[in-house]
Design a protein around this ligand. Structure first.
Ligand SMILES: Cc1cc2nc3c(=O)[nH]c(=O)nc-3n(C[C@H](O)[C@H](O)[C@H](O)COP(=O)(O)OP(=O)(O)OC[C@H]3O[C@@H](n4cnc5c(N)ncnc54)[C@H](O)[C@@H]3O)c2cc1C
Length: 556
């Protein structure tokens, strides 16, 4: 069948542009169609290990060095956008009006510079424009400020008609147009109401003049922390919500004075107030939270606040005859834990392989994309459990402090090894099959999707927390159960201290801890965990750590 393109992608945001680059790199005829034009405001700024790890993997597998540059803070800052911020850690500061402010009620997880850190605070308008233009460099077409008014999903081809009556035909349609996905609307794919348990709404903007939290604390309020709070993605957490503070101006090379700020609230407790602007609502919230307010004295927003009455939406299916929904178009939970971009990278990886095969064999049967759908649904469902559990746990620091570790183990300690192993194998063999099957896992979308012991810990922790919500278990009992689960699971090296609830801060900068964890994984861990370390070459690991230590020294 003769068509204008092999693949048309609605949306040239991060997911559409990454996919377009990969497909074009492999010789497909691709067009991105965007209702807006670059550069444009986009949200989703804080990266995590899975974001950068998957991006590096995509760069290696498809031989796209630009992705590899974007995957590290230093590479992105030097080659792509000087306006990004540094993310040396995740920081959670717990606020509880029933006690005086005290930094003892905080958690910090430093992203190990020895293994892969730091992460970044992406100034999305620069990053998204860059990736869209890279896609064009590799051969994709980009049509901006063009809206599609009609989509015909025919038997042999898809026909799109734009509001300028331009006809575009393709063999397959990817809808990466975000929450207002035209295909989701046309095919009635959204769950109504959403199946998500999480309830949160958001007001967010970019501001100038936000002060480092480190600078507004005085006297005994100050307590030592591994890295400055301002060089972390800072989460002020409290019963019923949380506030993100994501600075772009938090390192010596930054050329961007802005800071991203967003307040999430449970709308069942705090419905959108009538006759009040988001800015007025934010200022009123600050008045109630004077310690946080200090950060914002003299700060001003540089753009309109955005208000989203409920963040969660989900889709029954993300695939169908000659189409799929990708990334933000398929569903969303909440920015807590910054899982959005990471999920997007995994989805792009899963879809790329399947779509390239489908194009080659000219067979777009829906069954070819089932694994991709399972991944996207799994990402949404697990993220929902993660965020909903965290929101419940915010009511009690000890409960949060226990659940925080369940997240850390999946986020930073376990799945990282799976990605690393595949990369070492690829470097050794140059065979891209090292990256195949990453989505064919027993628990798609779980932070560590192939580890039964982690799945058990996860299920039990979530069940305990949900029992607290239903009033069937006290927060104290749930905390004790989660801690017991952590201690008996034996899935992380004791050197990391994650099973000790009295340790609140985790400093990933110790070479000794990293080596000790490596030795534990190779020699003393339970069998399934040993398997995770088995393919990691000791020499390669040491070289990687040494390189990273030298880079960290140069950075400082
Ligand atoms: C409040 C909030 C905060 C977030 N924070 C984080 C975070 O800190 N870390 C993280 O990892 N993730 C975060 N996310 C998630 C992150 O934003 C998404 O994972 C990511 O942006 C997905 O990219 P995307 O390309 O799928 O969608 P988008 O970035 O939404 O891009 C959609 C594209 O489609 C275009 N478009 C829209 N309508 C049409 C149409 N009808 N036709 C054609 N084109 C159209 C748009 O112009 C845009 O270019 C956050 C999300 C929200 C809502």
């Amino acid at each position: 069948m003769d068509t204008d393109y092999d693949v048309a992608i609605l949306g040239s945001g991060i997911s559409g542009s990454l996919l377009a680059t990969i497909l074009a790199r492999r010789g497909a005829r691709v067009v991105m169609i965007d209702a807006a034009s670059h550069p444009k405001f986009a949200i989703g700024e804080s990266t995590v290990g899975h974001t950068s790890g998957m991006l590096e993997l995509l760069g290696m597998q498809f031989d796209i060095p630009e992705f590899q540059q974007l995957s590290t803070f230093m590479g992105a800052r030097k080659h792509i956008a000087s306006g990004i911020g540094i993310k040396r850690g995740f920081a959670f500061i717990h606020h509880d009006k029933s006690r005086p402010f005290d930094l003892d009620y905080s958690n910090q997880l430093v992203i190990s510079p020895i293994l892969h850190g730091p992460e970044a605070h992406w100034y999305r308008q620069d990053i998204d424009a860059y990736v869209a233009h890279i896609a064009v460099r590799y051969g994709s077409d980009l049509k901006q400020q063009l809206r599609i008014k009609d989509i015909d999903l025919g038997q042999d081809k898809v026909t799109l008609v734009s509001d300028r009556d331009e006809r575009i035909t393709c063999r397959y349609l990817v809808d990466a147009a975000g929450p207002n996905s035209p295909v989701a609307r046309q095919q009635a794919l959204r769950d109504t109401p959403t199946r998500c348990k999480t309830h949160s709404r958001s007001i967010f903007t970019h501001m100038i003049g936000v002060k480092p939290f480190d600078d507004v604390l005085v006297g005994s309020e100050r307590k030592p922390s591994p890295v400055p709070w301002f060089q972390c993605t800072l989460h002020h957490i409290f019963d019923g919500g949380w506030l993100w503070v994501i600075p772009f101006n938090n390192h010596k090379w930054s050329t961007n004075p802005l800071c991203s700020v967003g307040l999430q609230l449970d709308p069942r407790r705090w419905p959108v107030p009538e006759g009040v602007t988001p800015e007025q609502e934010f200022n009123a919230w600050l008045k109630e939270n004077p310690i946080v307010e200090r950060q914002f004295v003299g700060a001003r927003s540089v753009r309109e606040w955005v208000s989203v009455p409920r963040l969660q939406y989900s889709s029954k299916r993300t695939i169908g005859h000659r189409y799929c929904l990708l990334g933000h178009a398929s569903g969303f939970i909440d920015p807590l834990f910054s899982r959005g971009l990471a999920g997007t990278m995994m989805s792009v990886h899963s879809l790329s392989l399947r779509l390239l095969d489908a194009l080659k064999e000219d067979d777009f049967d829906v069954s070819r994309f089932e694994t991709f759908d399972r991944l996207q649904q799994g990402l949404l469902n697990h993220n929902d459990q993660l965020v909903n559990s965290a929101f419940i746990a915010f009511r009690d620091f000890e409960l949060w402090n226990a659940f925080f570790r369940v997240w850390v183990i999946g986020e930073a300690a376990l799945d990282f090894l799976r990605l690393l192993k595949a990369k070492f194998e690829f470097k050794e063999t140059r065979d891209e099959r090292a990256f195949h099957g990453m989505d064919e896992v027993p628990y798609p979308g779980l932070l560590c999707p192939d580890e039964a012991a982690y799945k058990k810990l996860w299920d039990e922790s979530v069940a305990s927390i949900e029992a607290v919500e239903r009033g069937e278990m006290s927060a104290k009992d749930a905390t004790a159960r989660i801690v017991h689960g952590l201690q008996s699971a034996q899935i992380v090296s004791p050197a990391l201290g994650l099973t000790d609830p009295s340790r609140h801060h985790f400093d990933g900068r110790s070479v000794a801890d990293a080596l000790s964890a490596f030795a534990w994984g190779k020699l003393s861990a339970p069998e399934s965990i040993k398997q995770r370390y088995a393919g990691l070459p000791a020499g390669g690991m040491l070289r990687m750590m040494m390189n990273n230590v030298v880079s960290a020294a140069l950075r400082s």
